[in-house]
Ligand binder design. Structure first.
Ligand code: APR
Length: 229
């Protein structure tokens, strides 16, 4: 089976009602990213940071995978699909995708602030200040904040380097190192980008599908269908 690699961002979940970051009415219009999504914020004002992620976790649980998520899961019948997502929601998994790598963490999990391997699935979507991990240190959201390393980056690079087809969906390609993954794509493969407002100045190898995720993945399927033969 050909290996189809997807790099998804917040736009992938927009049709599920989950806000993006840099669009009109995006999260970073309402919040100061350094106040709610940085390691400094965790040390300075953990209550505000926990409230920010509690709100996003509750919103995620009230959302459903959209057609784009479902079609990508369906594609596992014809391709070996690897999803590398910047999203912290679990909509790809709930849609049925089986190989999902979260570059920026997962809202459904929390971890010890002294031992990053001590990760727990959150039973209660609302994390309270003062909760502790098994080692007695503060429990923190399992999210990669600004100012922190992206531990899954090497794994993501290896997946992109092995792609037969690459499709970028719903990301403004603003944040590195995630946005730099494009540079690791093999030179001779087809690269698609699905976004109703695609980023400017894209490499010419990229074929833009200027659609929302749902209809855009439908168009992608038409274009790659004959690759499976
Ligand atoms: N379908 C597809 N794409 C969409 C849709 C949609 N329905 N709606 C919006 N988009 C596109 C926008 O045009 C934009 O290019 O999704 C992209 C969203 O960009 P951002 O809001 O910057 O989100 P993202 O690229 O995922 O941000 C990357 O920044 O703040 C950090 O950690 C955070 O993972 C996040 C990272």
């Amino acid at each position: 089976m050909k290996r189809l690699v997807i790099l998804s961002g917040a736009g992938m979940s927009a049709e599920s009602g989950i806000r993006t970051f840099r669009d009109m009415n995006g999260l970073w219009e309402e919040y100061d990213v350094m106040e709610v999504a940085s390691i400094e914020a965790w040390h300075k004002n953990p209550e505000l940071l926990l409230r920010f992620y509690n709100d996003r976790r509750v919103q995620m649980l009230a959302s459903q995978p959209n057609m784009g998520h479902l079609l990508l899961a369906e594609l596992e019948k014809s391709f070996e699909v690897h999803i590398i997502t910047q999203n912290v929601d679990d909509l790809h998994e709930r849609a049925g995708s089986t190989k999902v790598l979260h570059l920026h963490g997962e809202l459904t999990k929390a971890r010890s602030s002294v031992d990053p391997t001590l990760i727990t699935i959150l039973e209660n979507p609302v994390m309270k200040p003062g909760e502790q991990c098994a080692k007695g240190s503060p429990l923190r959201p399992h999210i990669v904040w600004f100012g922190e390393e992206v531990p899954q980056m090497d794994n993501a690079i290896a997946i992109v380097e092995s792609a037969d087809i690459l499709c970028v969906i719903g990301t403004s390609l603003n944040v590195y190192p995630a946005a730099g993954l494009l540079n690791y794509a093999p030179k001779n493969i087809s690269i698609y980008l699905i976004d109703p407002n695609p980023p400017e100045k894209l490499p010419k190898q990229i074929q833009v599908i200027a659609e929302k995720a749902g209809s855009g993945v439908e168009k992608l399927i038409q274009r790659i269908r004959d690759v499976t033969k």
